[in-house]
Design a protein around this ligand. Structure first.
Ligand SMILES: Cc1cc2nc3c(=O)[nH]c(=O)nc-3n(C[C@H](O)[C@H](O)[C@H](O)COP(=O)(O)O)c2cc1C
Length: 373
């Protein structure tokens, strides 16, 4: 383990934004793959890494930082399916099953990916508080909604990369619209791929015309298949309504289609309305991401990889959105894995590019709603 000195970061990238109010956005540990994925129990983890205190002199401030980091994470249809318990020496992350989307996400895969993204935020916040975090995943077999516990480990100095990712966290936005016609340079693509791999996930850059066409065709087929279900459309509409407060996805209409469809000529955007096919093939960077396993552990890894990828993109002035339809129809998901010769089941497809416009902040749940007791 590298030598570190304890250092608390005082800068708050959310300074000036209200905590836990509608429209506001509130706040990594360095964990090696082996530490996170070892089949360790919570007790094992505590024996190996006795908690040193996650929140120190200013409990409220540190708690806010963790809550804000979670509330900044992306989530399926902005459902924000997470709950937190913040203790002086640990943060427990739960999936909020009351915010499930059973038709879109029957197995809770995308909700767990969303919580994995939140977990990455917690890890970053803990690193910025000067601790190495130790993260037993799925620590309680009797409570499957308890997805992870983040324990504050020994003193740790966040890397320059972690500091940068943390700093841009409040600025990261989902961008479902079109991008400017400018290619993402290869060295930036390589950086994004490194971000994904650092989270023990795999990534495939879809470049060849044949592979892009295969992805397009399957995505559009999936959009059509999904849109046939009336109940499915209703579920999309429910989650894209702006009420109750804390819901809705900026740039997405109630029927789930983008207000300004991305990539004319390539795909039908989310769900329901086929967008007209017309125009030049676009230059979006298209990345397909998956994990070692297609189960809650793999979904948590995919979610952490997603958030790290998005923050790395933000740090480079890029924006992104996902194309998840094809992964939501089992036979088309298999067809995609086969067409692209993927190493396993894809978890999501991300399109990355330079923004044409600014996207407003999404509505967020209040901290009081997310942080338990
Ligand atoms: C697993 C996952 C799937 C998503 N799928 C969609 C989607 O199908 N359509 C969409 O508009 N946004 C999708 N999103 C993005 C959310 O809408 C977005 O994260 C949310 O609105 C919060 O906005 P923000 O990412 O700008 O913070 C998805 C996010 C995640 C994590």
């Amino acid at each position: 383990m590298k030598e570190t000195t304890m250092r608390r970061v005082t800068g708050d990238p959310w300074a000036g934004t209200p905590t836990g109010t509608h429209g506001g956005r509130d706040g990594e540990e360095r964990v090696t793959f082996d530490e996170r994925h070892a089949t360790q129990t919570l007790a094992d983890a505590q024996r190996k890494q006795p908690a040193r205190g996650l929140v120190g002199r200013d409990h409220d401030q540190d708690r806010n930082m963790v809550a804000r980091a979670v509330m900044s994470a992306p989530s399926l249809h902005n459902a924000q399916p997470w709950l937190l318990r913040v203790r002086p020496d640990r943060v427990e992350l739960y999936r909020d099953t009351s915010r499930a989307l059973p038709l879109i996400d029957p197995h809770g895969r995308e909700a767990t990916i969303s919580c994995g993204a939140a977990l990455f935020g917690i890890r970053l916040a803990v690193a910025m508080q000067g601790h190495q975090a130790v993260v037993p995943l799925l620590p309680d077999p009797d409570t499957p909604s308890h997805l992870a516990t983040v324990l504050a480990g020994p003193p740790y100095e966040a890397s320059a990369e972690e500091e940068h990712l943390f700093e841009v966290m409040p600025r990261r936005r989902w961008h479902p619209g079109p991008f400017v016609p400018r290619e993402v340079p290869d060295h930036v693509t390589a950086e994004l791929e490194t971000a994904v791999r650092a989270e023990d996930a795999w990534v495939r850059d879809v470049r060849s015309t044949a592979q892009r066409e295969a992805l397009t065709g399957l995505t559009n087929r999936a959009a059509e298949v999904l849109a046939r279900g009336r109940a499915y459309r209703d579920e999309v509409a429910t989650w894209n309504r702006r009420v109750p407060v804390g819901r809705g996805v900026p740039g997405v209409r109630r029927d789930g289609a983008a207000e300004h469809p991305p990539a004319p000529g390539l795909w039908r955007t989310r769900l329901v309305r086929p967008d007209t096919v017309d125009g030049d093939p676009h230059r979006d960077l298209l990345l397909v991401v998956g994990a070692r396993s297609d189960d809650p552990r793999g979904w948590l890894a995919a979610g952490q990889a997603l958030h790290r990828l998005l923050l790395a993109a933000t740090a480079r002035g890029l924006v992104a959105s996902t194309l998840t339809q094809v992964v939501e129809v089992p036979r088309l998901r298999e067809a995609l894995a086969s067409a692209l010769r993927l190493p396993g089941a894809p978890q999501f497809v991300v399109r990355v590019g330079y923004p044409t416009s600014e996207v407003p902040s999404p509505p967020v749940r209040s901290a009081a709603d997310v942080v338990l007791g």
